[in-house]
Design a protein around this ligand. Structure first.
Ligand SMILES: *Cc1c(COP(=O)(O)O)cnc(C)c1O
Length: 444
């Protein structure tokens, strides 16, 4: 049963560090590596890595001793290495590259709060992380210690949430909320819990992966005061799943926090069906439910990590049906320009008529599902509660509910207003000069 009987290996540089220090999260944070000189003592650097580490204005580098120890120093293609050690490829721009590819700033009613969906908000509570991912979607703000969020901004965020009762879900992210001083995180959670319409709070964090020793009993005790609390971690490859991570997840789960995983599809790191299968299997073994697999965003510095969308579809084809449904994440493209998360998957619905659906399964077996011919939509279950309003955002769902007949692109009416005359086919006087209308009938 125990797949991880031994602590993960330590790089030779850390062999003599006493356990009290190695397993102390403050020590790990204070010993993070960020220069070519420091990193070069653990891993022989390639020219490309050395060049990037010495370049000015590169997105922040910091790696915990624990995480860098998971890298195979002799493998320049190591999938953990690529996630945290920059290469010269980061400095190469690409078409469609953007600074704020998800248009988060435009969706922020107050600084640090992103309100994109009707019922939930993303709250950026810090710019700091335990280590920095080279493909960070928020590299425009993350890592910059001078851009950290102030108490005044926090009060504005709370105020906005308080006066927006449609918000029922608050997602704390950043940066990484779990690197905040414990007292501050405690205060943020307790202030959010005072707001009656907040049903759930979730935390997006990579601390269990970069710094599993941070998941202490005291932290779990603090977190469990704020249930229902959910958490998403961020594991991209099976190599990141260690005894230390398994223990951290076990603590969180025992504190009643359901754990999910958000992975990013990265070229040369996890763009392989077998790697993905191993990843999701290893995650469910430590009771982490694979949640999303993201297509890499169009963010500066991440061009070399991008894969075609077809790679993601191919991976999903290799998971669904081939393994436990619990192990299958959803593949997501976060819409450039700010449309939000869009699920993408292979087609399983081949065709349908007014009474029959043709489907295929993962093996290629094709079947038909006969639909009922006596279904009465007006007898559908009644909802006795109060409907949640989604002003302006009911979307295709709104079309199906009959709230609207169409959704028009911006300026649709102006674009289609050709200042023409009203079409009246029977008005012969108007149509005669063009030789159509009743005149056509005579020649036909
Ligand atoms: C990802 C995200 C959420 C949460 O989305 P879910 O699909 O509910 O996990 C909420 N707000 C913003 C701005 C996001 O980017």
């Amino acid at each position: 049963m125990a797949k991880y009987p031994f602590p993960s290996k330590r790089a030779p540089l850390y062999r003599d560090v006493p356990d009290e220090q190695w397993y102390n999260w403050r020590w790990q944070l204070s010993q993070r590596l960020n220069t070519a000189e420091e990193i070069g003592k653990v891993i022989p650097l390639t020219d490309s890595e050395r060049k990037a580490l010495n370049a000015p204005n590169l997105f922040r580098v910091d790696i915990t001793p624990y995480f860098i120890s998971l890298i195979d120093p002799d493998d320049p293609e190591d999938p953990i290495r690529k996630q945290v050690i920059p290469t010269a490829a980061e400095m190469v721009p690409f078409t469609a590259m953007m600074e704020d590819s998800l248009a988060e700033d435009r969706h922020s009613p107050v600084p640090g709060l992103v309100h994109r969906y009707p019922d939930r908000v993303l709250m950026l509570v810090t710019t700091q992380c335990a280590s920095y991912c080279r493909y960070c979607t928020r590299s425009r703000i993350v890592g910059d210690p001078s851009a950290t969020f102030s108490r005044q901004e926090f009060e504005l965020q709370l105020e906005y949430i308080r006066r927006t009762p449609q918000i029922r879900d608050v997602l704390l992210s950043g940066g990484d909320p779990l690197v905040l001083a414990p007292k501050i995180l405690d205060e943020i959670l307790s202030r959010l819990r005072e707001i009656e319409h907040i049903e759930i709070v979730r935390i997006g964090t990579r601390v269990p992966v970069f710094l599993p020793m941070r998941i202490t009993d005291e932290l779990c005790e603090m977190l469990q005061k704020y249930h229902p609390l959910w958490m998403n971690i961020h594991v991209n490859t099976p190599n990141e799943i260690t005894k230390e991570l398994a223990e951290a997840c076990d603590k969180l789960t025992r504190a009643g926090i359901p754990l999910g995983n958000q992975a990013v599809l990265l070229a040369g790191v996890n763009d392989n069906v077998d790697v993905q299968r191993q990843l999701v299997h290893d995650l469910v073994r430590i009771r982490v439910r694979p949640y999303y697999l993201y297509q890499c965003d169009l963010v500066e510095g991440a061009g070399h990590f991008r894969t075609p969308v077809g790679k993601g579809i191919e991976i999903m084809e290799g998971l669904r049906g081939h393994t436990s449904g619990y192990a299958v994440h959803q593949y997501i493209i976060d819409a450039p320009g700010g449309g939000g998360k869009i699920p993408v998957m292979p087609n399983y619905l081949l065709s349908y008529s007014d009474h029959k659906v043709v489907l295929r399964n993962y093996e290629g077996y094709i079947t038909t599902y006969e639909e009922p011919v006596d279904y009465l939509p007006e007898r559908a279950a009644k909802f006795k509660g109060e409907k949640r309003p989604e002003p302006g955002q009911s979307g295709v769902h709104g079309l199906l509910q009959g709230e609207q007949m169409f959704i028009k692109p911006e300026n649709f009416d102006e674009v289609h207003d050709r200042h023409g005359i009203q079409h009246r086919l029977k008005d012969e006087k108007k149509w005669q000069p063009l030789g159509i209308g009743s005149g056509m009938k005579e020649t036909a």
